[in-house]
Design a protein around this ligand. Sequence first.
Ligand SMILES: NC(=O)c1ccc[n+]([C@@H]2O[C@H](COP(=O)([O-])OP(=O)(O)OC[C@H]3O[C@@H](n4cnc5c(N)ncnc54)[C@H](O)[C@@H]3O)[C@@H](O)[C@H]2O)c1
Ligand SMILES: [Zn+2]
Length: 382
Amino acid sequence: MNEFKKETFSGSKTDSEWTEIPVSIAQGAEAGYPVIIRRGIVSRTGEIISRFNPSGVFIITNSTVRNLHGDKPAASLADKGYTPVIIEMGDGERYKNCEEFIRVCGELIKSGANRKSLILAFGGGVTGDMAGFAASTVMRGIPFIQIPTTLVAQTDSSVGSKTGIDTPWGKNLMGAFYHPKAVIIDPDLLYTLPHCEFSAGMAEVVKTAVIRGGDFPEFLEQVPSNLMEIPGIILEEIVTRSVKLKSELVSRDMFEQNVRAYLNLGHTIGHGIEAASGFNGYSHGQAVSIGMAGSLILSEKLGILQDKNLTAKIINLLVRFGLPVKYSNIRADSIMEYMKFDKKRQGGGVRFVLVKEAGSLHIEDIDNRQILLDTLNELAED
Ligand SMILES: NC(=O)c1ccc[n+]([C@@H]2O[C@H](COP(=O)([O-])OP(=O)(O)OC[C@H]3O[C@@H](n4cnc5c(N)ncnc54)[C@H](O)[C@@H]3O)[C@@H](O)[C@H]2O)c1
Ligand SMILES: [Zn+2]
């Protein structure tokens, strides 16, 4: 702990305070929404939601999260006189589908949700994406709040207003940009995460550190690699720094025309690897980790990378947090084919987020097939 300098922390707090990061949405009269971050804050859910004076509260969650943590928001809602309707959805990406979506919407309708109600999404990214999309469509829009419980959801999916579900034709192809009224983040909830889910989140956190630069990469080098050894104040700082960057980028660019695309760092190759392995060889976080190593190697090959030590430094970080930086049992040309079909692709080449140095990125369409293949071959396990 004593390696961390005092300046490391995003703000000094007393017990009654929380960090509030604004996300502006620059549309119509709506001012935006706050992301509230504080260890233990989930026990104050009732106090926070009473600002919105809902006529009824509906919690969408799954049995895993409910069993581990459901008592915390429930008790604080009861204190404020709310008796929430709890709707459990299936646990796992395979439930982020059309059938489950209709079932969840049906539960909301049957139990009387209306435009004065409030929907709370209490779970990981799957729950948040599904609950947000249901909130956006039932009664043409019911107010909702995200209470993310995984590192991926706290640092990535709960901020930025993207909601949606997978379809038989591809992942995340149906959905809506739908703004939550607030995001309530309690980093203490993360201590029950399995190691693989912590690692998956750290892939996106390391990505954030490369995008942000400054002392973020060095800060992460000092963070213990085992979740249980990370002090609460450090975990809160990791989440706060990640949310700050994401909220800044999406506030500037809600619909992903420009700077928001920096968040796709590592995702071009990452998506190719996920698809080429039939979506069951590598988790998203693992694929992004390999993709980030790939982006750095490609940036070097193209002569864009100025900080020659960065590749080794980031690869070390990823490996330390239990992430792979090479793939096996997939062919480079198969990854190539899937990269070409990436839905964020525009124009002729394959769109890449490249790195000059930590904190300085560059987006380019690469159509030099050989250099891409060489990069993918370097990422193959010997
Ligand atoms: N909307 C966006 O902008 C955006 C961004 C990134 C990812 N996503 C989506 O997010 C999803 C991935 O999210 P995820 O990684 O959170 O997966 P997830 O929601 O499936 O959660 C992972 C696992 O952790 C469990 N879990 C949740 N909280 C826990 C806790 N506190 N302790 C122990 N276990 C807990 C869940 O039940 C689940 O089994 C994908 O569907 C992806 O498409 C969306
Ligand atoms: Zn991602």
